[in-house]
Every structure is written in structure tokens, then in C-alpha cells.
Design a protein around this ligand. Structure first.
Ligand SMILES: [Fe+2]
Ligand SMILES: [Fe+2]
Length: 265
């Protein structure tokens, strides 16, 4: 019998540097950012864009480091590590595909609000899968030192991960890890350009737009390289994201009920 990490204190989770504490902290931050995006939806504009970008940056760096470090560890340690991590990788794939559509939608378009809620529902499911299932099982098998080492590896990798959705990249190593260097560089360069554009208040938009387009083209070239798909499971290939209204055959059995309301923030 396991207990959701949402219901445990920090000492039980292995202290402030444990992977369990670090994960929960990011998940709480995500809740706050989603609230901010909902609040800025009506006014739209730069505030809403900034809120969405903060979510994307948190979500994609967080998930990329999970796929590179946390899930491989779960597959090594847990007998059920493969189906458990595959289920979460499918949720990540769904988030990638939804955010790609969200990025292309106009906040004034009614479809944008629907996509926003669909994306947030997928993110909530991802958090529940991790806090109620995968992380408590890792807690049963690993001691405090191992949880802290995993926390260190995950935290370091998160600092050097792509910040944007890349739904064609393999969710598993080696393709996932091989894509990291070029996509991290290109994503972060585009983030700087976006910040510069905001600081200039629209001046130089033509030049910045052209550079952004060139960087987006380079990202597309990386994504077309077959090497970044090595290790891909067919269940997480683009276009295979689960429909959350349907039964998901990859879902672990005996899933605990949601505990979002018990969480801080
Ligand atoms: Fe997570
Ligand atoms: Fe995740």
C-alpha cells in the first residue's frame, strides 16, 4: 500500500533535495501558473503570453528531465516500471501535442480557452500519475540517499533541457537525450528573442521575426533527423496521444483518486 506524495511531509519524502520533494514543489508551482493563465485569459495580450510561456518553460524542462533520468530509474528499480512510465510518457505526448496547438491559437478565439482547459486537464492527470503512483512506488524501493541523488541528477538536467514542445522527438533515450543539445540551444535562443521583442515594445519586430523563423526552421531540421526518434515506442509516436475521455489501455490498474485539493498552493 502506498501513500500519495501529496499527503506526506517533507521529512517523509527524504528532505528538501529528494526527487519527491523537488517534483512536488514544481507541481505546486505549475498549479499557480495555471491559475495565472486563467486569470489573464480575458485580457489576453502580453500578460497572457508571458503566463503561457512560463508554463511551457516549467512543463517541458520538467518533463524532459523526467524522461531522461526519472523514468529510466523507475524502469531499473520497479518490476512494473515500464508500463507505469509508458503511461506517463503518453500523457507527456498529449501535453506536447496540445501545447503545439495552443501556441498556434489566438487568445481571442473561443478554441483557445477550450485548448487551455484541455491542456491543463492533461497536466493535472500527469501530476496525479506521478504523485499517486510512480513516485510512491520509487519511495518504497529507494532509500533517502538514492532519492537525493536522483533529485540532483533530475535538477541538473532540468537546467539544460528544451523549453518548447517537440512532439516528434522520442520520449525515451537515446533519441530523447541526443535531441537535447541542439533543441535546448535553439529553444533558449528563441526565448531570448521573444524577451527582447517584449522589451523593445514592438520595435525591430521584422528583424526579430526573421531570426525567430530561421531558428524555428533549424528546430524543424533537427526534428526531421531520424536519430532523434531512436528509442521511440510506437505508443508515444506523434498523433497517438490518449484521448482522456476514452479508456486508456496503458493506464495502471487500481489508480488512486485525485488529491489535488489536499495540496498546498
Ligand atoms: Fe513531474
Ligand atoms: Fe511529468
Amino acid at each position: 500500500m502506498t501513500t500519495s506524495i501529496a499527503r506526506q511531509d517533507e521529512t517523509a519524502l527524504g528532505g528538501p533535495l529528494s526527487i519527491l520533494t523537488l517534483q512536488r514543489r514544481d507541481h505546486v508551482r505549475l498549479d499557480r501558473l495555471m491559475d495565472r493563465a486563467r486569470e489573464t485569459l480575458a485580457t489576453g495580450g502580453v500578460e497572457h503570453e508571458v503566463a503561457l510561456r512560463a508554463i511551457a518553460r516549467l512543463v517541458f524542462t520538467h518533463a524532459f528531465a523526467e524522461e531522461a533520468v526519472l523514468f529510466p530509474a523507475a524502469r531499473r528499480v520497479l518490476p512494473e516500471g515500464d508500463p507505469l512510465s509508458l503511461h506517463i510518457e503518453r500523457e507527456h505526448q498529449e501535453v506536447d501535442e496540445l501545447v503545439t496547438r495552443l501556441d498556434r491559437s489566438d487568445p481571442s478565439d473561443p478554441e483557445h480557452a477550450d485548448l487551455l482547459e484541455e491542456t491543463f486537464a492533461a497536466l493535472d492527470e500527469d501530476v496525479r500519475s506521478e504523485e499517486d503512483e510512480l513516485l510512491p512506488r520509487l519511495q518504497q524501493e529507494l532509500d533517502g540517499a538514492a532519492l537525493r541523488l536522483l533529485g540532483l541528477q533530475w535538477g541538473l538536467l532540468r537546467l539544460t533541457s528544451p523549453t518548447r514542445p517537440h512532439p516528434v522527438v522520442s520520449r525515451r533515450p537515446p533519441g530523447q537525450v541526443l535531441s537535447a543539445l541542439p533543441l535546448t540551444f535553439l529553444d533558449r535562443a528563441r526565448d531570448r528573442l521573444q524577451q527582447l521583442g517584449e522589451a523593445l515594445g514592438g520595435r525591430g519586430a521584422g528583424v526579430l521575426g526573421a531570426v525567430d523563423e530561421a531558428l524555428a526552421g533549424a528546430s524543424g531540421a533537427v526534428e526531421r533527423s531520424p536519430i532523434i526518434r531512436t528509442g521511440q515506442r510506437r505508443e508515444t509516436a506523434r498523433g497517438t496521444a490518449p484521448d482522456r475521455d476514452r479508456d486508456d489501455p496503458a493506464a495502471p490498474v487500481g489508480r488512486a483518486g485525485g488529491v489535488r485539493e489536499d495540496r498546498p498552493g
